[in-house]
Design a protein around this ligand. Structure first.
Ligand SMILES: [Zn+2]
Length: 317
């Protein structure tokens, strides 16, 4: 198969295949922990790995599949991933640092995040790019954003668990898990978000990536608060933002329990607009800090599975 001339010879196929194979083996090692972190998604993950039992392949997908992230070859029990997005991300990584070890580590992390994101979709039976088109026609941008936000969240949860395992074996603390979850979100925001893009014309991508920034801000805030205490609403929950620009309202739905939070005050529109406009270009740490400022301005996210406004309290909006 001819390779387009703009594709660099490194790192791709071989590296991606090795990384994916190692990841697959490590996941099995921490099956019990993954089952605890996200039981339903994990159950589907094991089914997926059983059905697609052949080593994953990475190549340039062509023809009607050229825009797909992967192909599920059910007959041959194999998943084939599109290498081109990985090449794009790897280029960004190479540009960001001259440190070879760091390049390798980030490259590996980015491949793992892609594989886990897509494995989540496979587990939901979202097997073909045509399925995505059908769903996109039927669903609102919000629903599409929520589907991918779930995939990103589960991918970062699984990857963070693998990181903990590499560092501390089978037993690790919630603090370490959350620290790795934050690191994984940062890699996603720094390298994958610019690759995928979140222009104003794609509200589903904006919601999804803004949700990830809010999650990272919430994690960062909790990790930096001493002593570290996890609230009743888990810190690895996906946050799905809803923005009404007209009234300056940012409300947040905390998945997977669908806890809806309407802050008592409006959002700082200047910071919000600036944050959204810079999602694809600004360093992840800056976006996360801006999101943290936004959250502080709104008041604290509800920490318990309640949040009923007291009678008589009706703050000015
Ligand atoms: Zn997806």
């Amino acid at each position: 198969m001819p390779v387009p001339p703009d594709v660099p010879p490194t790192p791709p196929q071989r590296m991606a295949e090795c990384v994916a194979q190692e990841l697959r083996e490590e996941l099995v090692q921490i099956r019990a922990q993954l089952d605890q972190i996200c039981p339903t998604a994990s159950k589907r993950l094991w089914q997926t790995l059983q059905v697609y039992s052949k080593p994953f392949e990475f190549r340039i997908l062509e023809g009607i599949d050229r825009e797909a992230a992967f192909i599920a070859d059910e007959d041959n029990r194999r998943l084939e991933f599109n290498i081109l997005p990985i090449v794009g991300v790897y280029r960004r990584i190479v540009k960001s640092t001259t440190d070879r070890q760091l390049r390798r580590d980030l490259g590996r992390a980015a491949i793992e995040e892609l594989v886990m994101h897509e494995l989540y979709h496979v587990g939901c039976n979202l097997l073909r790019h045509s399925d995505v088109r059908v769903i996109s026609r039927a669903a609102s941008p919000l629903a599409i954003g929520a589907i991918d936000l779930s995939a990103d969240t589960v991918a970062t949860q699984w990857c963070a668990a693998v990181d903990c395992y590499r560092e501390q074996g089978q037993n690790w603390t919630r603090l370490l898990y959350h620290w790795h979850m934050l690191s994984r979100l940062m890699i996603m925001l720094q390298f994958w978000v610019p690759q995928v893009g979140s222009p104003a014309t794609k509200p589903q991508k904006r919601l999804r990536f803004f949700g990830l920034v809010l999650m990272a801000a919430r994690l960062l805030d909790a990790i930096e608060t001493k002593p570290f205490l996890e609230p009743e609403l888990p810190l690895d929950s996906p946050l799905l933002p809803l923005i009404d620009f007209e009234s300056g309202t940012l409300s947040i739905t905390i998945l997977p329990d669908w806890i809806f939070w309407l802050p008592p005050v409006g959002v700082n529109m200047w910071i919000l607009t600036d944050l959204l406009a810079g999602l694809d270009t600004r360093p992840a740490a800056e976006s996360i800090n801006a999101a943290r400022t936004l959250l502080w301005g709104l008041g604290k996210l509800p920490e318990k599975k309640q949040g009923i406004r007291k009678p008589g309290v009706n703050p000015e909006r």
